[in-house]
Design a protein around this ligand. Structure first.
Ligand SMILES: NC(=O)c1ccc[n+]([C@@H]2O[C@H](COP(=O)([O-])OP(=O)(O)OC[C@H]3O[C@@H](n4cnc5c(N)ncnc54)[C@H](O)[C@@H]3O)[C@@H](O)[C@H]2O)c1
Length: 301
């Protein structure tokens, strides 16, 4: 008995890296997997349709069930085909793992319009489109009387939750994905859908260029940063009886940490109904410059 027996899952960007590990574990736990990947380079250019097909072959060789899909997740029609392929081939859809992503790092002052657009497009729209089409299918199922429990796992990043210089495009998209997760969780609960997000940390080709960081593609030892370490929690979030929704987690190695969303930690308030003057604010509000934030960044002291 696997923990995901009979569950049908769509995993985006599952041809490589963290997504590939999700696909292998979901299949090993008994899920039927739609392996999506358009097989692009790290910056999103090009396409190699064999990336998804190779993972499907790996799953089938281990006795699992999978099909490949090479649609662009940020395409409205492509994402609709992706969601439909699960229902048409496996008869239903229980779990959506939004994972596909690219990087085009550049300092803000040097970032081109194309670098901004490409990253926002693949991450933000590439999460929204599959989620939107899956949600429409699940709403129809719920309205037809289905009480089957569904789950979405989105992929954010510490770059979007703590910030990382050189990644205004990526950070803005990943921050948006965290909030998209919380809003979707509230909206879709009535259709028996839970929505969570992870911010993973693992060594893949996305991290390969960083100084002093081992490159798994060169066979270098990755230790706790093995991308396969991220997948068990993503599999748990996809299980039928998992109670968690609307939460964002940092997942690295054998550690799972729960984020607190934006919260208010200090305030000023003028007594009575009068509006503040700028001069009064200069006296009262300047203290906000030095109120310390407790970021608790898991990878910095
Ligand atoms: N590696 C890390 O430490 C880390 C940290 C934080 C967040 N993430 C996020 O985790 C996710 C997976 O990253 P990874 O490190 O495994 O990278 P990866 O490059 O190894 O895998 C990403 C996959 O997404 C696919 N893809 C890209 N654009 C696509 C599109 N439009 N449609 C379909 N497929 C597409 C790529 O072809 C690739 O196979 C990404 O969303 C990334 O931003 C990774």
């Amino acid at each position: 008995m696997g923990s995901l027996d009979g569950r049908v899952v769509v995993i985006t960007g599952a041809g490589r890296g963290i997504g590939r590990e999700h696909a292998l574990l979901y299949a090993a736990e008994g899920a039927k997997v739609v392996v999506n990947d358009l097989g692009g380079a790290v910056d999103g250019s090009g396409n190699d349709v064999t990336a998804a097909e190779l993972v499907v072959k790996e799953i089938q060789a281990l006795g699992g069930e999978a099909i490949a899909n090479t649609d662009d997740v940020a395409s409205w029609d492509g994402a609709e085909r992706l969601i439909s392929s699960a229902v048409e081939h496996f008869g239903d859809l229980h779990v959506l793992v939004n994972n596909a992503g690219i990087l085009r790092d550049r300092t803000l002052v040097n970032m081109s319009e194309q670098e901004w657009d490409a990253v926002i497009h693949v991450h933000l729209k590439g999460h929204f489109c599959p989620l939107r089409h899956a949600a429409a299918y699940w709403r129809d199922q719920a309205k037809a009387g289905s009480a089957v429990k569904r789950s979405v796992i989105n992929t954010s990043s510490t770059s979007g939750l703590f910030g990382q210089p050189g990644q205004t495009n990526y950070g803005a998209a990943k921050s948006g994905i965290a909030m998209m997760t919380m809003i979707a969780s509230g909206e879709l609960a009535r259709y028996h859908v839970r929505v969570n997000a992870i911010a993973p940390a693992a060594l893949t080709r996305l991290t390969a260029g960083l100084p002093g960081v081992p490159d798994p593609n060169k066979g270098e030892e990755v230790g706790a940063m093995d991308p396969a370490n991220v997948s068990p929690f993503v599999a748990y979030l996809g299980t039928e009886d998992c109670p968690i929704t609307g939460r964002v987690f940092f997942v690295m190695g054998n550690r799972v940490q729960l984020f607190q969303p934006w919260s208010i930690i200090d305030k000023i308030e003028k007594p009575g109904a009068d509006r503040w003057t700028v001069g009064e604010l200069a006296a009262e509000a300047a203290k906000f410059a030095t109120v310390p934030f407790e970021l608790n960044h898991p990878m910095r002291g």
